[in-house]
Structures are given as C-alpha cells and as structure tokens.
Design a protein. Structure first.
Length: 463
C-alpha cells in the first residue's frame, strides 16, 4: 500500500488512524538493535585496522537509518554457512547462510564437512533448498556457484570436484615443469583449462554456457526457495586499496554491483583466478580485471556481515551461521625472497599468514552469539580440519656439518600438520582421511548445527 510514498526523517513519529476503533500502537524498539549492530561493526573494524587490512567493509548508512530497513523483523530467521574463505572459504547464507575458505584441492575438505551437516539435516535435500544465500571467494566461490546457482547436491559436487582438480592442476613434468611454466608464461597453469571446465559444467546444468549469474535455473518452479548466491573477486588494478567486488545472482539496492550482467562462467573464473596460478580475468565492457578474491577477502566474515545487513535488514533474526574452512595451515615464517625464479618461499609464507584467521572466527562467534538479532543463543559454528602437532625439540646441524659435530637444540612450537598446496592433487586422499577423522571428533557440534537448521524458522518478536 502507498508504494509510491517514501518518507525519510532523522527523528519522527508517524500515526495513521483509519476507522473509529482506538488502536494502541506498539513502539518499534530499534535503538537497542542499532546499538548492538554498531558494537559488532566497531569490533570488526578495529580488528581490521589492527591487522592492517587494506580495505574494511562498512555498513551502508541506509541499512540502519531508514525505517523500512527494519521491515524484515518479523520475517523468518536467517541461517548462514561460510565455506572456503579462511584458508579460502565458501560462504552460503541461509535465511539460511553459508560462508567458506578457498584452497584449490583443499576445497574437498569443505565439501566433506558440509556433507556431514547436510546428511543430518536431510540426506535428500540440496543446499539451495536449505540455504537462502550462498557466497564465497576463490575455491569457495566456485563451490558456491555449483551448489547454489547450478543446484548441485553435495555428493555430485564432491564427485565432480575431484575430477576437476585432476584436470585443472595436471602436472606432466612435476615441480620442474611447474617452475618452467611460471618462468615462460607468468603462471603455473593455463587458464583456458579452468575456463573450459567451468563452461562445460554450466552448459550441462543450465543448457547455456553463457547463462547469466543473475538468472533462474531451468528447473525453477513457483514456490521454490529463492537461493541467492554471490562470489567475490578483487580488481587487479590497485588491488591493495580496493574493496573486493561482489558478483551477485541478485540485486543489492544498498550496494549495487559494478558488473550486474556477468555470466556464471565469468564469475567462477574471476573468483578462482589465484595469483601466480592463473592469469587474471577480464569481465564486461569496461574490462574489469579480476584476480582471486581470497587475496583481499580471505576473511569474509566482515563482508558477509555487511552483505546480510544490507540485503535482509538489521532486524532479521538469525538461527545459524555455519563457517566451514579448508584446513588450518601450518605456521610458516616469512623468508627473505631471493632473486631469480625462486618464488616458492614467498608463495608459501604469504598465504599462510594471510589465511590464518582462526582468531577472527572466535571473535565473530562471540559477537554473533551475543548481539545478532535473537541474541544470547548459540548461532555460530565453525568447522575447519586440522591435525595438531604438540611442541617438540630436535637436534639439528647446518648443511655443511656432515659429521654432526656442531648440532644445536632447536625448539619447535605447537603447530598443525602441513596441508598440501592448493594444486597438490596427490594429497587429496590424505586430506579426505584427515577430514573424516575430524568429522567424527566434531559429531556433537555438527549435530547441534544440524538441529538449528532443522528447527522451524523463528521470528524476531522483540520488535
């Protein structure tokens, strides 16, 4: 009613009385809610400042200052899942939401953990039927597209994913061939293989390899859940001081997309263009050049939080945030880069530092559980495989001390078992075994999360 009308005030009270009956209005108690949202935003912002993040997400002003932003208070609750961003994450938001960490072949771990949750929720349901929003970056973005836009079930996604990794990261001449490819072409792998693989998948699932990201599935029926998805990438021009770019299957009026007409395969290719592994991707008439979104958005929680607020409103209740990673990386000290083609030490050190986001997850869990709409209940779960190694000591000597005459005791702090590189397809079996052990050990958390996803969606009765 009155859709043409729009009123914006800083302070005001609007009363419309129709009929003779006296109506006692109930005040909208939004002040406390805005304060709680600001607490979360302030902590996330301060954390980003202290960790020297190049760019920090901001809540759109209209998202918490316009009265209509609170109109979603009585809608059913959100459920959020994050996969593959913190090490590389995938993010699926279930009004229902998921979020995750990227990681090449390590994305298999994310899928296995998601399968463990989905099997308890309903073994015959697909993620798009459970989650309202799916988003991610890097490998997580690719998986988000497979699960949400292409409507694949987790088992099919796992099967396809194994095959794709073998094809995309094929190494005919081992590390020597990999180094030679980088020396001659500037990347370890040809991007056309990745591009061809994604196009084939899109054509099989949607019937058109050039299908738009913002489009309906061919099997869409009235009444189907409207599963939104987004992936993130970084503009390679001035990437260090630019915000990640959102590539969405929906419209966010608070934060419009720079490339609203992007194709599914372009979005998948852009978000998974890992630096050094693949060439950047150009998209659209303005020739945006994107690289792997994980470099700038490897901790997607702040971006996820602001996206949920701007799309669903600050008063929308939340039942579940599930974050699934691709593995806790081993500690790797930063090494001095040598000249020439020896790029491997730096490529090993930088990602392990950039993706070590476990502390942020602990922080985010506390904030969401305490302050998100419908507060004080448990709403945040984090699954991330890792095999802990206790601290230890060893006797070591230099390379030239062949007789071990000058050994010295070296202390090794507590650490996690080293995961395979994102292109190490030979580690997939070991990764799968490690993940299955982790799933058994986390059965209670997985069951609790599944219970939150199975219960009837709640509403925010406090507003």
């Amino acid at each position: 009613m009155f859709t043409w009308s729009r009123i914006a005030v800083r302070n005001g009270y609007l009363v419309i009385t129709i009929g003779d009956a006296e109506i006692k209005p109930k005040d909208v108690q939004y002040t406390k809610l805005v304060s709680e949202i600001q607490i979360i935003q302030d902590v996330i912002h301060e954390t980003n400042v202290q960790t020297h993040a190049a760019f920090t997400p901001q809540i759109p002003t209209k998202a918490i200052t316009q009265a209509d932003a609170f109109a979603t208070a009585h809608k059913t609750s959100l459920r959020v899942l994050s996969l593959g961003w913190l090490s590389h994450s995938l993010l699926l938001c279930l009004i229902s939401n998921i979020n995750s960490d990227g990681g090449g072949v390590r994305g298999l771990a994310s899928l296995l953990m998601l399968k463990a949750v989905m099997d308890k929720v309903h073994p015959n349901k697909k993620p798009w039927q459970v989650f309202d929003l799916i988003g991610g970056t890097s490998t997580g973005g690719l998986i988000a597209i497979m699960l949400g836009r292409l409507r694949m079930d987790v088992d099919d996604c796992i099967t396809q994913y194994r095959g794709y990794m073998q094809k995309i990261f094929k190494q005919e001449f081992g590390k020597l061939g990999k180094a030679a490819a980088f020396a001659f072409h500037g990347t370890f792998y040809p991007a056309d293989v990745l591009e061809r693989t994604v196009k084939d998948l899109v054509r099989q699932r949607l019937g058109d390899e050039n299908a738009p990201l913002a489009g309906e599935h061919p099997d869409y029926k009235p009444g189907d859940k409207q599963c939104k998805i987004f992936v993130m990438a970084v503009n390679s021009i001035a990437a260090n001081n630019r915000a990640p770019v959102f590539l969405r299957s929906y419209v966010n009026s608070q934060n419009p997309s720079d490339v609203p007409n992007i194709k599914v395969w372009e979005a998948a290719r852009a978000t998974s263009a890992a630096p050094a592994y693949f060439l950047p991707m150009k998209v659209g008439d303005r020739e945006y050049t994107f690289v792997d979104g994980g470099l700038q958005a490897n901790n997607p929680l702040g971006w996820l939080w602001t996206e949920v607020l701007s799309v669903f409103g600050p008063a929308r209740p939340t039942d579940c945030f599930l974050s699934i990673g691709t593995g806790i990386p081993a500690n790797e000290p930063m090494k001095q880069r040598s000249s020439g083609l020896n790029v491997f030490p730096m490529l090993g050190a930088v990602p392990s530092i950039a993706t070590n986001t476990q502390v942020m997850h602990i922080l985010f869990r506390c904030l969401i559980n305490a302050f998100a709409p419908l507060p004080t209940g448990k709403k945040y779960w984090r699954l991330n495989v890792g095999e802990e190694i206790p601290e230890w000591k060893s006797e070591e000597s230099s390379f030239f001390d062949v007789f071990h005459l000058f050994e010295k005791e070296v202390f090794h702090p507590q650490d996690f078992k080293k995961l395979g590189d994102l292109d190490d397809v030979g580690k997939m079996r070991e990764l799968e075994e490690m993940t299955n052990v982790y799933i058994k050990n986390q059965d209670q958390d997985i069951s609790d999360c599944a219970a939150a996803l199975m219960k009837p969606p709640s509403v925010n009765s406090k507003l």
